[in-house]
Ligand binder design. Sequence first.
Ligand code: AMP
Length: 183
Amino acid sequence: MILLFGPTGAGKSVQGKMLAARKGWQWISTGELLRQNADDQTIEMLKTGELISDNIIYKVFEKAIGDIYSNGDSNFIIDGFPRNKNQAEWFSDYIKKSGKQIDIVVVLEVPDSEIMTRLEKRNRMEDTPETIMRRMNIYRQKMYPVLGILADAGARIVHLDGTGTVGEVHDRIYSEVKIVCQD
Ligand code: AMP
């Protein structure tokens, strides 16, 4: 299991999908699942850039994992979860109970100024300058406790440069993933 971390606009989704395609693994993005399936109230919440309530996220995550297992797959790349301390503790328990292991946590590092430039071009419903700033602040406040809990759960954490071309970033990620996941 691979976890992808990074602020909004760091390229988690593009990189997650590329890596999933190359390894034949499933990609789970809580943000993408919410955008596709959420009710009107949750969509309004998404537009503010605030985090969605933990209970909704657990449901979305468990459903996605359940679907993957029922398809006979067992390996996945998780993008955008866990995102706060409670979620990280919940996830750490989930890992223990399920007997799974986190092979690696990849943290994509991109300067705020470059994120702003990237998101101005992306044009998603929640990408206004105010919500972008809010999401970057939320990410930076909550990231360290989450990484601490994942490190305590035994995860190997690597911080990688998320700037450059999509291919360059993919190569950086892949060379780290190769060390821990040979299959
Ligand atoms: P993303 O596509 O990962 O940038 O997520 C888009 C939005 O979905 C975020 O700004 C949050 O509102 C919501 N979201 C995604 N994942 C989570 C999560 N693990 N916990 C709470 N909210 C989330």
